[in-house]
Design a protein around this ligand. Structure first.
Ligand code: KG4
Ligand code: ZN
Length: 332
């Protein structure tokens, strides 16, 4: 069965083809980062318009790359939410129109389900059950995953997401959008131990997170110090360390609480090399194992949507109704 996947929830148009039993056949991505960077963040209207421009050419491209005709498609999966309403509508419309023309089913996928199943695309892949640490620009959650659609929320952020903490701190340090990768890069020339930042809720006794106090603390440091290049790098180091410290601590606690040994890290912040190193050390030392999606599938992409769609379709889900709605806010 061949599933076309369409992701358009934010600032990336991601298209992919997944064949059940065979794997990923082709994938393509257009990122709008350059377009939004002059505004310092995603402009929703511009995002929607750009998805309209990109979706069809990218679909043509993956079909060509996989050497397929449209008649060979069996189903279409698209991101139904959460995300920007207008952006989601572009993917949903394209998916349902194309599926209507081809008389094949569609399935709407939860963006976070895409992220949390994405490490299953890698080799070696984790096996159910596992704990997923979902760390993106909009979400920070720990989830117990027993199978497709069998998710139990263990803890989540009570305010900002980890990616947001990276992005907002980066902005305070004068770095461009998206701030996460820029801050991580600057931190490589930072010196450890010079600035102490808070680790909110580290010892809260539950698996929840809080990151909004961190940006206030970073703001104070930025105001108190002469911001030469080395100082900015030192603050970036301390910021990254504080975020990672909390994530690693809570992820470990989630494994202890559930008695599971596999941790899956998903979402854009999962691309952070220092986070990967820290988690692998911490959890490896305790006999656990950490799985990451390939770097290109950490941030938003079509492959994770095609894959999650294929799994659900193989369980008989999907419809030929073609009436659709999107869910900008949607709990997993
Ligand atoms: O999953 P994603 O692509 O989009 C959402 O669904 O939000 O995540 C984007 C987030 C942004 O906040 C970005 O700054 C962060 O992931 N990010 C990183 C890194 N790469 C992306 N944060 C820290 N270090 C990175 N290397
Ligand atoms: Zn995402």
């Amino acid at each position: 069965m061949i599933t076309l996947g369409i992701e358009s929830s934010c600032d990336e148009t991601g298209i992919a083809l997944y064949q059940t039993g065979r794997g990923l056949l082709a994938h393509a991505l257009h990122t709008q980062i350059a377009m939004h960077s002059e505004y310092g963040g995603v402009v929703p209207e511009l995002a929607s318009r750009d998805h309209v421009q990109r979706a069809i050419p990218l679909i043509r491209q993956v079909m060509q790359d996989a050497n397929l005709t449209f008649e060979q498609l069996d189903a279409i999966a698209y991101t139904q939410g959460p995300g920007l309403g207008g952006a989601l509508l572009v993917g949903a419309s394209v998916a349902n129109s194309l599926a209507f023309a081809l008389d094949i089913p569609t399935i709407g996928i939860h963006h976070l389900e895409g992220h949390l199943l994405s490490p299953l695309l890698s080799d070696p892949a984790p096996e159910f059950p596992f704990v997923a640490l979902l760390v993106s620009g909009g979400h920070t959650q720990l989830m117990r995953v027993d199978g497709v659609g069998r998710y139990e929320l263990l803890g989540e952020t009570v305010d900002d997401a980890a990616g947001e903490a990276f992005d907002k701190s980066a902005k305070l340090l004068g770095l461009g959008y998206p701030g996460g990768p820029a801050l991580a890069k600057l931190a490589t020339s930072g010196r450890p131990g010079l600035y102490k930042l808070p680790r909110p809720m580290l010892h809260s006794g539950n698996l929840d997170f809080s990151f909004s106090g961190l940006k206030t603390a970073v703001l104070t440091l930025v105001r108190q110090n002469e911001l030469d290049e080395q100082t900015r790098a030192d603050i970036a180091y301390a910021t990254q360390e504080a975020i990672i410290d909390v994530l690693a601590h809570k992820a470990r606690a989630a494994l202890v609480k559930t008695g599971l040994s596999q941790l899956v890290v998903a979402g854009g912040v999962g691309a952070n090399q220092m986070l990967r190193q820290r988690l692998s050390e911490d959890i490896g030392r305790r006999g656990g194992c950490v799985f990451y999606p390939d770097l290109e599938f950490c941030t938003d992409n079509g492959a994770m949507i095609a894959f999650a769609g294929a799994l659900r379709l193989s369980e008989g889900q999907g419809t030929k109704d073609y009436r659709f709605n999107v869910k900008p806010r949607w709990n997993l």
